[in-house]
Design a protein around this ligand. Sequence first.
Ligand code: SF4
Ligand code: SF4
Length: 338
Amino acid sequence: MTSRARLVLNPRACDRCGRCLPACNQNAIRVGRAYIMVDWNRCDGCMECVRACDRGAIGSAATDAASRARTATRPVKPAPVKQPAATPRALSANPQRSCTVGGFTWTILEAAAMLSVTFAAFMLKEVFLASEVVRALPSEVMVGVRAVALAVFYAVQIVLLRYLVRRRGGVFSDALGLSRQNESVNEMAISFGLVLAGLAITRVTATVYSMITRSLDLMPQAGADTITHVFGTSVGGLVLASVMLVLVGPFVEECVFRGALLRGLEARIGAWPAIVIQALLFAAFHRSWWLFFPMTVLGVALGWLAHERRSLWPAIALHAAYNSLTVGAVIWFMRAGG
Ligand code: SF4
Ligand code: SF4
């Protein structure tokens, strides 16, 4: 399992010549349209595939310098690959590598499948909760049913993400940028600072937007999807809201939107178009014309953070902090209102 960190897969450089397949004694590689799959449970780290691939579609972070020296001594087809292990900033300037996290590259088809299932599961949840049977339940039971439906909705997404990664021999945490990266204190301080800056920008934007739309009488009335309506006003309901909206929700949404979708789009259209498109889809996912603008701004901030830091944790932290301020404000207003 230690070998997985040393292979860097770049399906975009692969011409499917098949040379890596017989080179692998462990039969750990599969190559298909738009993907290279390595079964990490079989891979013993011999690096024969790296030596067999003269297009640089399979690279080794650990032996990259030596590999470059080797390939320089023999004729090779031109290929825009073989980048050295890079800092987050260098990666962001390099569109060939920017979509690969932990040796796993999401394809646009996988991202589209993930998003489709997310939207479909969301609609099913809404239809179920709006059904006569559920609406006829006592309000205390309704809160529990809503919480279970939300938990199932999140679980479906995690199961599908895990399936998509495992079917190509990937590792869930690596493929989603959740693995520990042994960052220096300096790098962690930069991530922390960017999360704080992102929180300030997105919250100030949301507050100013809220003030402007309220003064123009454009702010909609509270609907059936408010936190207190969904989770109730009891202490238990608010604790449940905090767990779901501050911990579980941000984690799952970041895995879907900034983990799979952003990486899949990046691989096809480049970083900034991918950041903007996933932010628009993220905003649309919240099903509110009024929320569309602040959610787009939040989506851009989260997308840029995930892209820039090459890890999902800063984006999860920003999303969780953003939601915690929203939940905190609801609780504060509720208590102030008696
Ligand atoms: S050797 Fe390289 S280019 Fe050929 S199929 Fe394998 S990964 Fe693709
Ligand atoms: S490092 Fe060796 S065992 Fe692992 S995929 Fe490459 S050739 Fe196969």
